[in-house]
Design a protein around this ligand. Structure first.
Ligand code: SF4
Length: 288
């Protein structure tokens, strides 16, 4: 089996053949779609099966299609999208109180949280999955429709891909790997998180990290990376090296929902996983 085939197999996808002279075109089309696809959990649930993705990859790249449907604007100032703005966590009384909570109290805090408008549209909060014994923390963006329904992060197609990615480096969600999101509530319509929403939710994530004390953090997607590293550079510019969040090594990569629609970037994600594997081995060696 070729290296590419092994990579795709490890990521849970079939072999894909892309003509070398078409790769640049396909990457250009993917780049145009990247911003709107990266966060789209709803689209993830409806993502085509890997076989369909493979079929699309060998077909000529379709022009970017715009839906003729009218754009629905959600009149919520908190929904100002995270772009190049730095996310500022307000150090107010709430943030201070959250900083003193234990694990059980933090779970209750999240379950009852009304700090931003997302509390009105959620079915339930999504605290995370795993145990306090986990030494790896995966941080994604926000719950999608399925996560909102089930109360667990990274379910559906993106979740399956994440599980396959973790399995490829010998890890599994649960005991050793805790998985959570920057936002604990689903943005309506699966829109991007807003700056204020991220700022309000960030103290909860920060406390989760303080209590978990993970050996390594895997930041999945732009919003997680931007929140943890306070760096608004694109994922492509930040991947490939180990960063740090409060002295905890951070490996960054693309969100699985993005990878499901951007085949050429899966090889990069594989390299990120190898870096993650090295960071985990190094961190575990230091504690043993
Ligand atoms: S998204 Fe975060 S800050 Fe907003 S209501 Fe949910 S838990 Fe609270």
């Amino acid at each position: 089996m070729s290296r590419t085939a092994r990579v795709l197999d490890a990521l849970g996808l079939g072999t894909v053949w892309i003509r070398r002279d078409r790769l640049a075109e396909i990457e250009a089309a993917n780049a145009a779609l990247a911003a709107e696809q990266m966060h789209d959990h709803a689209a993830t649930a409806a993502s085509p099966a890997p076989a369909q993705i493979a079929a699309e990859a060998v077909a000529p790249p379709a022009p970017v299609k715009r839906s003729p449907a009218p754009v629905v604007v959600i009149p919520n100032p908190a929904a100002k999208p995270v772009s190049s703005l730095k996310i500022e966590v307000v150090n107010d009384a709430r943030t201070e109180r959250i900083a003193g909570l234990d694990w059980a109290a933090l779970q209750q805090e999240v379950a009852a949280c009304t700090a931003c408008a997302l509390c009105h549209s959620r079915t339930q909060t999504v605290f995370g999955v795993g145990t306090l014994e986990a030494d790896i923390l995966v941080v994604g963006e926000a719950p999608g429709a399925e996560e909102d329904k089930r109360g667990e992060p990274f379910v559906g197609a993106a979740g399956k891909l994440l599980d396959n990615m973790l399995a490829a480096v010998g890890e599994k969600r649960g005991k050793q790997v805790f998985i959570t999101n920057v936002l604990k509530c689903r943005p309506p319509g699966n829109r991007n998180p807003g700056v204020e929403e991220v700022a309000k939710c960030a103290p909860l994530l920060r406390r989760q990290i303080e209590l978990l004390q993970p050996q390594v953090i895997f930041a999945s997607g732009r919003f997680a990376i931007q929140t943890l590293l306070e760096n608004d550079a694109p994922v492509g510019a930040l991947r490939g090296k180990v960063h740090s969040y409060r002295h905890i090594p951070v490996v960054v990569s693309y969100h699985p929902a993005y990878l499901l629609r951007n085949l050429p970037d899966k090889a990069k994600a594989w390299r990120d996983l190898l870096l993650l594997q090295q960071a985990i081995a190094s961190a575990r060696a230091n504690v043993s």
